[in-house]
Each structure stands twice: as structure tokens, then as C-alpha cells.
Design a protein around this ligand. Sequence first.
Ligand code: AMP
Length: 307
Amino acid sequence: MGKLVIVGTVAFDAIETPFGKTDKILGGAATYIGLSAANFNVDTAAVSVVGGDFPQEYLDLLKDRDINIEGVEIVKDGKTFFWSGKYHNDMNSRDTLATELNVLADFNPIVPDNYKDSDVVMLGNLHPIVQIGVLDQMTKKPKLVVLDTMNFWMDTALDQLHEVIKRVDVITINDEEARQLTEEYSLVVAARKIHEMGPKYVVIKKGEHGALLFHNDNVFYAPALPLEEVFDPTGAGDTFAGGFAGYLASTGDVSFENMKNAVIYGSTLASFCVEKFGTERMLTLTEDEVNKRLQQFKNLTQFEIEL
Ligand code: AMP
């Protein structure tokens, strides 16, 4: 079985969408990535930090899905990372209302010994110094290192972000962030510039318009499944990344051809995540539902033209 180590936030989120509002609920990049990767046959560990205010039942949700949480530090007298966001009517754009780093501000990640030789390292969204700290602990060169990040870290830690970008194989980033990072409007040009920064593979997520995978001059496009109802897009990007990394870790094949399948799995899992608030939908997801939706994806994009 492939081994996957994930680093990212485990958080409290407060979300507002046109459909409703939540108080502090379970969120965080590592949470969504872990719940998504749990749909594959992989040995997964999460590395993160929470405060003494974090409910044990949330940690149990991860444990129950066989995610190793030895590397999730609990700072008893600290407060958990808190993020709050509000979506606009089109659900494609959101405003961040609050980002409170709390225990994340002085976090030193510790990768459990048994995961220092992981096949795939998924560097989820958090401070680039923490992401570098995880890479430095690996005792064997991973088959694949995947990085996800966001505009917050471009605004507050750009130099360190460039340091980590240099060291990864794949970056997953949304379209606006790709434009911010490269100062290019064209996503094709932006992807080329990101290649030059280090990553051989660049995945640009375009929300309800799907995702593009670039590798040198090759491009693959996966649409997002047209859904009747998008309830809450929070965590869709992380769920995509978790599906992508989980699939690659479970197959052990990190070729461009197999990455196309990984993008489809990522899009499929993300399409479930947005159907309910927060992590709710991912907690009830079954293999059968995933397979049915993969079939819908196939039908959506298959056509016969004789050339
Ligand atoms: P996504 O919708 O995939 O971009 O991810 C949303 C998740 O990212 C939420 O659960 C937040 O807790 C988490 N998040 C928001 N801002 C940050 C940040 N600056 N660093 C790390 N995680 C964050």
C-alpha cells in the first residue's frame, strides 16, 4: 500500500453562502485533503496543530477514516487556527473575513517516523516555512511532492513560498492565484512561468470550470461536473488535491498519463464536497457514489469523431 503524508491546517471555519451561515465548524486544508484521500487504499498521516479548544470528536472523525494523527500536535493552552469567509452570489468568488493563525503562528511540524519515507508528500495550504520543514524531515526522496497554496501566503511570505515551489514536482493553484504569482493573465503563459520556478507539473483549478494540467507543452483539461446545486465551495480545492494525491499514492504511478486520471478523481471528489456545508458531504460519501459520478464524468467528455 502506498504511503501519503499530508501537512496543512486543521481548523475552525465559519462560512457564509447565499444559502446560509455556519458557526465554527470543522475545516482546514489537511482535514479536507485527508477526508478526500481516505477514499483510496493508502496509508495516510496528517501533520498539523490544533489548540486545546479543538473537540476530540473532530480528531476522531479523521482517526475513524484510518488517517494517522500522531503528527497532529495539540497545544493545550492555545487556540485553533480560525478562518472565516463569505461567498458572493455566483459562488465563484469569496471574501476572507478573518484569518487567525493562533497555534499555527509557532508551529514546528513533526512527521511521525513511520511516514518519513512516504511515497507522496502533499504540502497543503499553510505557511511555506512549515511546508519546507516537512520536506526536510523526509529520509527518502518521495516519488512525488505536491504543493497547494493560496494568495494569503503570496501576500505575507512570498520569498519563502518561492523556496518551497522550487522543491516540488506538482503545484495545484487556482486561476486567480496563478495570475497573482506570475503577473500573467494567460493561464498558458502563467503555467509556463510556474514551470520555470521548479514544478514539472502545474494544475490550475478553475472552480466550476474545471481544472487544467500542464506538463511542458502538454495540456489536459478536466471539466467540473455541472451540478444542479452548489451549496458551499469551501474545501473544494483541498478535496481536489486530496483526491489527486491519494489516487497517485494508491496507484504508485506518477506519469503524466496517470496524472490525467488523478485530475478526474480530484474533480469528482470536489464535486461532492460542494454539495453540503463544510465537510458534511465527504463524511457520508460511498465508493458506489464515487464510481457513479466517475461514469458521469466519462459520459460528459466522450465523443467520437473520425479523423
Ligand atoms: P479551499 O476552499 O479549498 O481553498 O480551502 C478552504 C480551507 O482552507 C478552509 O477550511 C480553511 O480553514 C483553510 N484556509 C483558509 N485560509 C487559509 C490559510 N491562509 N492557510 C491555510 N489554510 C487556510
